[in-house]
Design a protein around this ligand. Structure first.
Ligand SMILES: [Zn+2]
Length: 276
């Protein structure tokens, strides 16, 4: 066999191996995403609750941190199964005014405003055409999670600055308020609670030049008085850390969510999504 013929055959073999390998890889990628066709239609709108999306264990435990590869799998699962992201404002427009929603709506929320939401979650969500809602602690903007560091609850994490927040807003994300400095609202006086709820709205609206209509209670700490103050401050809805789906019968200022932690396997994520 001539040398050129040998080179030709070897090249052919290499090309075949590459093509076969790529084919198998694609198959595995698709096989990894199960269909949710066997589950009944959800009895409400799921509002997912995330905090950090970060690969670095130094930024905190898996209770509040979902590694980006897991997060990407979850987004891929939602995309493949036909979920479409909507905002909390859409949810309220639907419940109060009958606004039409996609067949499988979902709200993806992030508490606190970590810089890693911008660095890791945002590019992944963009890839799948998703948007989310980020609840920002107004005094922490461009700073750190001082509120958890001071209490030794979490390591120091960077919080987004105004440029990053404005970019997410421009990309269709919803920016919501999460108080000025993250207190337990049920444990402070109504006057302090009112200041925290009103001033964070004012600060975010000043920075974004648009209405801020949704709120999130830090640590899920609220009571009827706090919920009433939130309503009086001009918000349209508030989310808690209580578990469940948003339904037309839900109190708009006591909305339940579905917690997602970094401990969840892919199967557990699917289970949690269909549990309520
Ligand atoms: Zn928080």
């Amino acid at each position: 066999m001539s040398l050129s013929k040998k080179i030709f055959l070897v090249s052919l073999l290499i090309i075949t191996l590459i093509l076969t390998g790529t084919g198998i890889w694609h198959q595995q990628q698709n096989r990894a995403i199960p269909s949710d066709a066997n589950y009944p239609k959800l009895g409400g709108i799921p509002i997912l609750m995330y905090h950090k999306v970060n690969p670095n264990p130094g930024t905190g435990g898996l209770g509040l941190r979902v590694p980006p590869d897991k997060f990407e799998w979850q987004m891929k699962y939602l995309k493949k199964n036909g979920y479409e992201t909507i905002s909390l404002v859409d949810v309220m427009d639907h419940f109060e005014k009958g606004k039409h929603l996609p067949d499988k709506p979902i709200v993806i929320t992030f508490d606190d405003g970590y810089l890693d939401n911008y660095q890791f979650a945002y590019p992944i969500m963009q890839k799948y055409g998703f948007t989310g809602t980020i609840f920002v602690v107004s005094k922490a903007i461009g700073n750190t999670n001082f509120f958890d560091v001071e209490k030794k609850l979490q390591p120091e994490n960077r919080i987004m600055d105004w440029n990053e927040i404005r970019e997410l807003d421009a990309a269709g994300f919803t920016i919501g308020a999460h108080t000025v400095d993250h207190p337990h609202l049920a444990e402070v006086t109504p006057e302090v609670a009112r200041y925290q709820i009103e001033e964070s709205k004012r600060a975010l609206e000043h920075g974004l030049k648009k209405p801020v209509e949704v709120f999130c209670y830090p640590y899920g700490s609220y009571n009827d008085t706090v919920a009433q103050i939130t309503k009086e401050a001009g918000y349209r809805a508030a989310v808690t850390t209580e578990l469940g789906l948003a339904k037309i019968t839900s109190d708009p200022f006591k909305l339940h969510r579905i917690r997602v932690t970094g401990h969840y396997s892919n199967e557990k994520f699917i289970e949690e999504l269909h549990k309520y």
